[in-house]
Design a protein around this ligand. Structure first.
Ligand code: FCB
Length: 447
């Protein structure tokens, strides 16, 4: 079996660098009957949305198997678990805390505490309650207020049982993919809606930060963003400008306001009819200081300019690809981290997701996913290189603990380091899980 070798720069950090695994509620929990409907339940019922026509009704049945799943996590020897709370499970339709729902997460937190594992809680990983979508969803500022109310109730209850609170996971996916291009729930397709949803999501993040500060002042809080390092298709100045615009419009649209209090300059060039509605005071709320930035990294993106001076993504085949069709580009990961470090005054960074969907085969009780091990190794090396260049990175979470519902691609793509047999719900540690475990155990020996 292939091994994973811990890079020196990470080893040298000792306890100041944590390793974990990540999941999210809708992708693993199931037990839909025990919560309100969310936008992904609805999206899954619509024609042409999910490639294998599946849904999250059962998923990995984690809601009933959580204890077994956390035992597995202990076996891996990770320091931390990043998971999300399902808003529609913990808040009733009248806005009150749902006792049964919140207790589910309390059990998880108690288990983690008891075993000395850190809990990184994501408060929103895309499962917006459907009744809020009916009232305007992320286009309406009322949803930002509802999010802050939900966060206040949860944080008052869970307080410092969490080791870190994350407001939103990848607002790019909720705002841009969900409202602008429509490949994610709720499936709207309008630039105006996309820009507006992004703004309301950022506002929700800021309002939630204030609540976390109020009710759990000692717990570090931040947000998780995905940023594809953007490259021009050619050396032409038009393509270079296109890559720059894409990067600002798609990715820095979130980070720049959070860290600097204003949108990228590109905002001014957008036509009036797609401008978001920004109220006085919004930008101050959005730029509430964060304690850390979570980054999810999978691949790079390449752009070229269009005739009308905009950008479009180009599919390139310069590097091997994962099952998602994503190029495997660890050097771009280093570029991204160093680039961000040069451009901003960054808080400490956690890599909150990194991983790959591969063509996994379960044969004689084993999954030999050597390519996934390579992916982890090259990306850990890339991360270490950025650390050597001075980027302050405090942790790394593999996506994902186990195979799960991969959004619009249903169960057809497997990102887990643990294989899930969806017929029997059996879990089988893939070779990558064993390699991750061995790397973490050998790290312990040197401490
Ligand atoms: C990220 C999501 C996560 C998972 C991975 C593959 O964008 O945060 O839920 O789907 O991609």
């Amino acid at each position: 079996m292939k091994k994973l070798i811990l890079p020196d720069a990470i080893q040298a950090k000792g306890d100041d660098f944590i390793f974990g695994v990540a999941t999210s509620s809708f992708q693993i929990e199931g037990a839909r009957e025990l919560r309100l409907d969310c936008i992904w339940d609805t999206f899954c019922t619509q024609q042409g949305t999910i490639s294998d026509h599946s849904n999250g009704d059962v998923a990995c049945d984690h809601h009933s198997r959580w204890e077994q799943d956390l035992q597995m996590l202990l076996e891996l020897g990770v320091d931390a678990y990043r998971f999300s709370i399902a808003w529609p499970r913990v808040i009733d339709i009248d806005g009150a805390l749902n006792e049964t729902g919140i207790r589910f997460y309390e059990h998880i937190l108690n288990f983690l505490k008891q075993h000395n594992k850190q809990a990184f809680i994501t408060l929103y990983h895309w499962d917006l309650p459907q009744h809020l979508e009916n009232g305007g969803g992320w286009l309406s500022r009322e949803t930002a207020d509802a999010f802050a109310d939900y966060v206040a109730l949860v944080v008052q209850r869970l307080g410092d049982k969490a080791d870190a609170y994350i407001t939103l996971n990848e607002p790019f996916c909720s705002g841009y993919l969900g409202y602008e291009v429509g490949v994610h729930a709720p499936g709207q397709k309008s630039p105006k809606a996309g820009r507006q949803a992004n703004h309301v999501l950022l506002l929700a993040h800021g309002l939630a930060m204030q609540k976390i500060r109020q009710y759990a002042p000692s717990v570090p809080a931040g947000i998780v963003l995905n940023i594809h390092p953007s490259y021009p298709d050619s050396a032409s100045s038009a393509d270079q400008k296109a890559a720059q615009m894409a990067s600002d419009y798609l990715f820095h649209w979130y980070l720049t306001p959070i860290l600097t209090g204003s949108y990228p300059d590109l905002l001014e060039d957008l036509p009036d009819d797609i401008q978001p509605e920004i109220a006085t005071g919004d930008m101050a709320i959005i730029s509430e200081k964060i304690d850390f930035l979570g980054l999810n990294y999978y691949t790079r993106a390449v752009y070229r300019s269009t005739n009308c001076g905009w950008f479009e993504e180009v599919e390139r085949n310069d590097y091997p690809k994962t099952e998602m069709g994503w190029e495997i580009t660890p050097h771009a990961f280093t570029d991204l981290l160093i680039g961000l470090h040069q451009r901003y005054d960054l808080p400490p960074i956690y890599i909150t997701e990194n991983g790959a969907a591969m063509d996994d085969r379960l044969e004689s009780g084993r999954v030999v996913d050597a390519q996934r091990i390579d992916y982890f190794q090259t990306h850990l090396n890339a991360l270490a290189q950025a650390m050597d260049a001075g980027v302050d990175i405090r942790g790394y979470f593999a996506w994902s603990l186990m195979d799960n519902f991969e959004w619009a691609l249903g169960y057809s793509k497997r990102f887990g380091i643990v294989y899930v047999d969806y017929d029997t719900q059996e879990r089988i540690l893939k070779d990558s899980a064993l390699a991750y475990r061995d790397m973490l155990y050998s790290r312990q020996l040197y401490r």
